[in-house]
Design a protein around this ligand. Sequence first.
Ligand code: GCU
Length: 421
Amino acid sequence: MKKLTLILIFFIVHSCLFAQSFVANYDESKVPPYTLPDPLIFKDGKPVKSKKDWRKRRKEIFSLFEKEVFGYSPQWIGSTKSEILSRKDGALNGIAKRKEVRLELVNGNKTISLNILIYLPKNSKDVPLFLGCNFNGNHAVSTETDVLIPDSWVGNDKNLHITDHRANPEGRGKEASRWPLKEIISRGFGVATVYYGDIDPDFDDGFNNGVHQLFDVKRDSTSWGSVAAWAWGLSRVMDYLETDREINTGKVIVMGHSRLGKAALWAGAADERFAMVVSNNSGCGGAALSKRIFGETVGSINNAFPHWYCMNFRKYNQKEELLPVDQHELLSLIAPRPVYVASAAEDAWADPKGEFLSCVFASPVYELLGEGKFSASDMPPLNTPVLGTISYHVRPGKHDVTLYDWNCYMDFASGYFKLKR
Ligand code: GCU
């Protein structure tokens, strides 16, 4: 009996300590001193001096992110089929062309399908296009009542243990405020979006569904997690876009909010076909520096979402100082292509300052590649974007994607792709 009580006490103390250890720090004065890895120093200590050196150093950094953070994503050796499911010429009250495309990814006897929803301005060609995953289904992005509800949900919910109401047609338009389609189309951009659950359902399922199950790879501590899978899915959408004559694939901007911002950053790093990357409030494991240990930490993200990153990432739970990379280097992998990082002032969990500092510390790589310096060293005031090949803003308010955020992305991208504002 005594023994049992002791064991019980041990477990209670242990679990209290464990819970305690993931309490978030929101006090700037408690940010520990930290040293960031220098993206312009090779592993062997030699400096990176030229663009040619950078291509080699980039490989070192990329491999570290694969091995220690996101996991290795497999090469796509299967086949991809596409089918146009619907077309509508006068969408969004006549200003847009809309189409829905089913992509079928086939590897041996395994198949998975994703639905892509595409809106393009009706009367212009070769427009820049924002590509991103959505959280609630393509029908949730648009208020148009004939946008298809993905099959992957209907009837599957119980099997997938997804307990929310997303399969329900009532979800229509639910995410529309995050995708201001009319404004985007009116400003001369296109949009392509895919439901992230079509690529990989977002729960810890032992990787038995989504795109993971297309491959028979024996999993180990470096195998890809869900964030890498969402990024990989965006590359498969890009494969499709390359076959679509209505799309200019030299102008595809991969973007995402929050966990999908993490995925957009990794997609942009892994796939250099993306011309620009937008990270909206991506936070920990996205644009925010891990070594600041502010808001969400490596330990808390791995604890709450064990399926997002590779198992190796857990080695750094509460040991961020040992991480061989930090997130400014994730931004540097996008160079010399533009990256736009955005924060929300009330989104302390995502560490706005840590997101800003990533831009500051990625700047030397952009400078080496001739892209000019990120022009701020202190956080800019609210609603005052710092624009350049690395761009940054912080707006008032909560964790979300707002019209203000979109207008900033479009202002920058209009100049970059030489559109009229
Ligand atoms: C949680 C998670 C974040 C993530 C966010 C989201 O808050 O801790 O890392 O960015 O969900 O995706 O909405």
